[in-house]
Design a protein around this ligand. Structure first.
Ligand code: MN
Length: 227
C-alpha cells in the first residue's frame, strides 16, 4: 500500500537535449515584455512594473503537437524563451540572479485570446485563457553549461513557412535577472521553477493543421503541429 490515497500524478518535466529531463515545479509567465507587443495589445510600452500570471506545470508538453483547445475560436501563438531554474530563494539580488538559471528552451504561450479578452474586460483572472491543457509546447531544454546565457539573438515564429513573429531577445523590457529578482520578492523561487519571458510583436491565430516553427538563436528549433 502506498502512502498516498490515490495514484500519484506524473511529475511534469521538460526533456533535456543532452539527456534526461528537467522536473517542473511552477510556471511563471510575464505579460507584455516586448514594447512592440505591448503596443499591438493596446498598452503603453513604458516601463511599468512587470506583472506575471501562471500556467500549470502539466501544461508544458513536448510531443510536437498542440491539440486545438475547447471553448475557443481564437487561439493565438506567442513565441517565448523559457528560463529553467536550478535553485531559488527569496529576495534574490539582480546581480546574483543568473546563478540560479539551469538552462533555456524555446516555448509557446498558447492563448485562448477570446476568453482572455473577456476576462480582461470583466476584471477576472486569466487562467481560462492561458492555463489550459497543452498550452505550452516546449522544445528541448539546453543547459547554461552548453549554450551560455541567452540575452540577445533572434527569436522568431513561422506558421506554415510564413514569418509571423520576429524580434530579438535584447528587446525584452525586463531582463532575465530582473524577472528572477522581482518574482523572488513576491514568491519563494525554487529548483524546478520556470519562467516564460514574454513574446515579441506579431501574435495571431492558429488553425488546425498549421505547422508552427519556432527559432531562437543558440537553441534547437521547435516544431509544433496544431491538431
Ligand atoms: Mn505570453
Amino acid at each position: 500500500m502506498s502512502f498516498y490515497v490515490i495514484p500519484t500524478p506524473d511529475q511534469a518535466s521538460i526533456p533535456v537535449r543532452s539527456g534526461g529531463a528537467f522536473p517542473v515545479r511552477r510556471v511563471y509567465c510575464i505579460g507584455r515584455n516586448y514594447a512592440a507587443h505591448a503596443v499591438e495589445m493596446g498598452h503603453d510600452p513604458d516601463r511599468e512594473p512587470p506583472f506575471f500570471f501562471q500556467k500549470n506545470p502539466d501544461n508544458l508538453t513536448s510531443d510536437g503537437t498542440f491539440p486545438y483547445p475547447s471553448q475557443s475560436s481564437d487561439v493565438h501563438h506567442e513565441v517565448e524563451l523559457l528560463i529553467a531554474l536550478k535553485s531559488g530563494g527569496r529576495d534574490i539580488p539582480v546581480e546574483q540572479a543568473l546563478e540560479h538559471i539551469w538552462g533555456y528552451a524555446p516555448c509557446l504561450d498558447m492563448t485562448r485570446r477570446d476568453l482572455q479578452g473577456t476576462a480582461k474586460k470583466m476584471g477576472r483572472p486569466w487562467e481560462i485563457g492561458k492555463a489550459f491543457e497543452a498550452s505550452a509546447p516546449t522544445g528541448p531544454l539546453e543547459s547554461v553549461a552548453e549554450v551560455g546565457h541567452l540575452d540577445q539573438g533572434r527569436i522568431s515564429l513561422q506558421i506554415n513557412g510564413d514569418t509571423r513573429q520576429s524580434g530579438d531577445l535584447n528587446q525584452m523590457i525586463w531582463k532575465a535577472p530582473e524577472m528572477i529578482a522581482y518574482l523572488s520578492r513576491y514568491f519563494e523561487l525554487a529548483a524546478g521553477d520556470v519562467i516564460l519571458t514574454g513574446t515579441p510583436a506579431g501574435v495571431g491565430p492558429v488553425d488546425k493543421g498549421d505547422v508552427i516553427d519556432v527559432e531562437i538563436d543558440g537553441l534547437l528549433p521547435l516544431q509544433v503541429k496544431v491538431t
